[in-house]
Design a protein around this ligand. Structure first.
Ligand code: SF4
Ligand code: SF4
Length: 197
């Protein structure tokens, strides 16, 4: 089937063809915003304006964080039932569907006689994750969600694994803030060797 393709062309006016008129217009817009913002911040400094008013769309990150949409997919978390037990039944659907191969689950026998399995280990290698959200979509029991409004998921190590405890919120330590050599002896050996002159 041949589809008709319409090409839209917009002719430039005389003022646009004379480049510097448009350049001056652009500079005027930039300066107008700059002056408005500066007047606002000076007003706040002298108590004339309140901080709630925003002169510009710029957020003073990290002090002021941008409001996040309710549908935003961010950092993962594992949910629990009302009795505090994990919802996850180690069905492996999320691990199977993950296109980046970053979820690693070790299933174990659940202590609850009504539940067959639970994850003894549940690790997400977050540096491989592309935040596609497929794991949260695939979970049949709503055990994994991506609704933690956490921007700070970067660090100085390239070995960021979200453990089950961290995903459940029982381990408050951020994995990237403390690099634990004692848990990774092979990494320590490599680093020691590299530090030798
Ligand atoms: S968001 Fe996508 S890439 Fe990340 S863990 Fe889930 S399925 Fe894998
Ligand atoms: S988080 Fe959901 S999909 Fe993944 S193993 Fe647990 S129950 Fe299955």
């Amino acid at each position: 089937m041949n589809k008709k393709v319409t090409t839209l062309t917009e002719e430039m006016g005389v003022a646009e063809k004379i480049y510097w008129i448009e350049a001056i217009k652009g500079l005027w817009i930039t300066n107008r915003h700059f002056m408005a913002n500066m007047a606002y911040h000076i007003g706040v400094m002298f108590g004339i304006k309140s901080k709630g008013e925003h002169a510009s769309a710029t957020y003073q990150y990290p002090e002021v964080k941008r409001p996040i949409d309710i549908r935003w997919r961010g950092r993962h978390r594992l949910t629990v039932k009302q009795n505090g037990a994990m919802r996850c039944t180690a069905c492996m659907l999320c691990e199977t569907v993950c296109p980046c191969d970053c979820i690693h689950i070790t299933p174990g026998e659940s202590p609850d006689p009504h539940v067959e399995k639970f994850p003894e280990r549940f690790d997400i290698d977050i540096l491989r994750c592309c935040y596609c959200g497929l794991c949260a979509e695939a979970c049949p029991v709503d055990a994994i969600r991506m609704d933690v409004n956490d921007f700070d998921v970067t660090g100085f190590t390239r070995d960021i694994i979200f453990t089950k405890e961290f995903l459940l919120g029982t381990d408050k330590k951020r994995p990237w803030e403390e690099f634990r050599f004692e848990e990774q002896p092979e990494k320590k050996q490599i680093t020691d060797a590299a530090e030798k002159p």
